[in-house]
Design a protein around this ligand. Structure first.
Ligand code: HEM
Length: 409
């Protein structure tokens, strides 16, 4: 867009992040589409005045995220922070904010717990957790808040079990995680949340050193901290990354997916009534693409002078990869703005791409593939308890979602 200043016309540098419009919360901000259509990359301005490049086209997102000249290094001064509270202290930096080979070294310590096979083995447990949450919600009566009764407890319980974090503490770790992902929260409040999570998880790591359990944190401690491959502090920050990334993302997906399906009754009926797990899997992939909740998650910095989409980017300049609009690129699929289980857009980037592609994606898929059909079958009369217009969506956060979803049945 351009802004007129007297007789000269200077291109304005838009602020980042912009919010999705409340009227159509599934669509990326309209400006992102203009950027996608314009040649080169769009320059955007962050909270502190820093200017970085927004990458919006699907092909360039994929190319950029597999380019070793583009770094996710949390120690690099050019790596963008989308809020003051997102700035990381050096000791906080673990594999999501490292480049290979250090990234791969740490990620490899965890991949065993997140393979397709491991996740398949967890399905009965996930089903139990889903059934349990659903019966609890029903017992609580109508109307109910789907977020607090179902969408949040399911992934929160699962990641707690997997990591070995006591679920009794869920209110505390959920509230702190929420603050860590909020781009408009007070720096002091985020610092306090970080401090609480650090102390909490450090205490847990120490406990697992003394009394190991059958969980990921115990194994990390026994295999990697004891051997000196990880410091205790690194183990704590890895646990924090998994705990935070592991529940809020999937919770937002369950919430928004329910909403999307309620607004597409024919697609909802297909998910509810099918015997074919492929239909459910296709629906989940399409929900991931259509909603692309990780909207402010993927920041990078150029290590060398490079060119992306015809745009020269200098060494040290920051980049933001706009996944929602990239997943609405006509180059990825036809009719990208409609929601259809038949779309089969296998190349979507809802989990990112390249070496940092989501570690928890198999787990997230399994949770969604179990939670959604179970909910729809158990409550065939499920509907919103308030007009759509009254639903409040998240503002500026790392991941998009809604704080509450009042439903009845
Ligand atoms: C990375 C999305 C669920 C753990 C990512 C990235 C995205 C993403 C876009 C890439 C970030 C980047 O490139 O900078 C999602 C979505 C989820 C989800 C949409 C839910 C539907 C989970 C779960 C876990 C998890 C359940 C559980 C542990 C991680 C971790 C990384 C990551 C550890 C960093 C991987 C690396 O740097 O190698 N996720 N995620 N995510 N995700 Fe997820």
């Amino acid at each position: 867009s351009t802004a007129s200043t007297g007789s000269t016309t200077a291109p304005a540098v838009p602020d980042f992040p912009l919010e999705r419009s409340g009227r159509c919360p599934f669509d990326p901000p309209g400006e992102h589409r203009d950027w996608q259509r314009a040649p080169g990359l769009q320059q955007v301005r962050l909270w502190d005045g820093t200017r970085i490049w927004a990458v919006t086209r699907h092909e360039e997102v994929r190319a950029g995220l597999r380019d070793p000249r583009i770094s996710a290094d949390g120690l690099h001064p050019g790596l963008p922070s989308l809020a003051a509270s997102r700035k990381m202290a050096p000791e906080e930096v673990v594999f999501p904010r490292m480049d290979d080979p250090q990234h791969a070294e740490q990620r490899r310590m965890l991949t065993g717990a997140f393979t397709v096979r491991q996740t398949e083995a967890m399905r009965p447990r996930i089903q139990e957790v889903v059934d349990d949450a659903l019966e609890g919600m029903i017992a609580g009566g109508r109307p109910a808040d789907l977020v607090t009764k179902f969408a949040l407890p399911v992934p929160s319980r699962i990641i707690a079990v997997l990591l070995g974090v006591p679920y009794e503490d869920h209110d505390l770790f959920e509230d702190s995680s929420k603050l860590l992902l909020d781009l408009s929260a007070d720096v002091e409040r985020v610092q306090a949340a970080k401090q609480w999570l650090y102390t909490y998880l450090l205490d847990l790591v120490r406990r697992r050193e003394r009394e190991p359990g059958d969980d990921l944190l115990s194994r990390l401690v026994a295999e990697r901290v004891t051997s000196g491959e990880l410091t205790r502090r690194q183990a704590v920050y890895i646990a924090r990354a998994l705990l935070v990334a592991g529940h809020e993302t999937t919770a937002n997906m369950i919430t928004l997916s329910t909403l999307t399906l309620l607004r597409h009754p024919e697609e909802l009926a297909r998910v509810r009534d099918t015997d074919d797990p492929r239909t459910v899997a296709d629906a989940v992939e399409e929900l991931l693409r259509y909603q692309t909740i990780a909207e402010n998650a993927v920041v990078r910095v150029a290590l060398e002078d490079i060119t992306i989409g015809g745009q020269p980017v200098r060494a040290g300049e920051g980049l933001i990869f706009c996944l929602p609009v990239a997943n609405r690129d006509g180059g990825l699929l036809d009719d990208p703005d409609s929601f259809s289980i038949d779309h089969q857009a296998r190349g979507h980037v809802a989990f990112g791409y390249g070496i940092h592609q989501c570690l928890g994606q198999n787990l997230a898929r399994a949770e969604l593939q179990i939670a959604l059909p179970t909910l729809l079958r158990r409550l065939p009369g499920l509907r919103l308890a308030v007009p759509f217009e009254e639903i409040e969506f998240h503002g500026k956060r790392v991941t998009f979602g809604a704080a509450r979803l009042p439903v009845t049945w």
